[in-house]
Every structure is written in C-alpha cells, then in structure tokens.
Design a protein around this ligand. Structure first.
Ligand code: FE2
Length: 161
C-alpha cells in the first residue's frame, strides 16, 4: 500500500522549513524534540479520549506549532508567548493551509493561544494541547520532579498508562 499524502503533510511542509531555518543548533534540536513530541502526545491523547482521527490530526498540528516562535526567536520566550506563538502560526502556517475549514483552523489557533493557561480548564481540544505539553516535559526526563509532580501530569499519566 502506498503512503498517503495527508493534510498533516501539507502542514509539515510549511512547518519543517521554519524549523530548519533556525540558526542556533540547540534551539533547532529543542524545536524538533519538543514540538514533535507534543504533537505526537497530543495525537495520542486525542485518540485515547475518543476523538476522531481528524481531531487527532488537528491536535498533532497544534502541538507542532504551539511553541514554534519561541525557538525561532528566543526573545519571544515570555509569559505572553502562547498568544505570540498563535499569531506567528497563523501568519506563517495556518493562513497558507488550503485543505482545512475555518473552524478547524480556529481550533488549532486557539489550542496554541490558550496552551499556557494550565490553571484553567478550557475546551476539550485546548486541554489536549496543554496536557500533551506538560506530559512531554515530564516524559523526556521521568526522574526529574518539577514536571512529573504536577497534578496535570499525574492525571495524564494515569489516563495513558
Ligand atoms: Fe511547550
């Protein structure tokens, strides 16, 4: 069976050149590890929660984009970074995607926009992105307590393991 070209490939074709263009090698490595890690976990969490594969695809894309600007421009790694990352994603990726509906693009945009509000319970989709973000930080270093002990992380791990 031939590998399908999916909407995710359309998104990746826009996202990858932005990551490849990051000059600083450490930032570039961090971008691949964290953004692809959060994308993968977001897809897994969405499916685990009974969402459709279409929603899992949107979650994967939101995960891949959620912090992209902070790796492209370290100066943007601020408290407000989620909002800036959402606007950057819209300008450089979401606006250019042809095969998604406006409603789907809004879901991705707000998933990115709200991902720092981890103390608030948001929409089902937003929570997938927040949980994937927190879980990726914890899972890349399971012996480190800072992320591992967060109630959000404990909750997600209970759900997944
Ligand atoms: Fe993140």
């Amino acid at each position: 069976m031939e590998r399908q070209y999916t909407r995710l490939d359309e998104a990746r074709n826009l996202i990858d050149p932005l990551i490849k263009g990051i000059k600083d090698e450490e930032s570039k490595r961090g971008a691949y590890v964290h953004l692809y890690g959060v994308g993968l976990l977001a897809s897994l969490i969405a499916l685990k929660r009974g969402c459709s594969r279409k929603i899992a695809e949107l979650a994967e894309i939101a995960g891949m984009l959620h912090d992209l600007l902070t790796y492209v421009d370290r100066a943007e790694d601020t408290d407000d970074h989620a909002h800036k990352c959402a606007d950057y994603a819209k300008e450089h990726v979401l606006k250019k995607l042809k095969s998604f509906t406006d409603e789907e693009l809004d879901m991705i945009y707000f998933g990115i926009y709200n991902h720092s509000d981890k103390g608030i319970k948001g929409s089902r989709f937003d929570e997938i992105i927040k949980d994937a973000d927190a879980a990726q930080h914890a899972l890349r270093n399971p012996q480190e307590n800072y992320f591992y002990q967060m109630p959000r992380v404990q909750q997600v791990l209970k759900e997944l393991i």
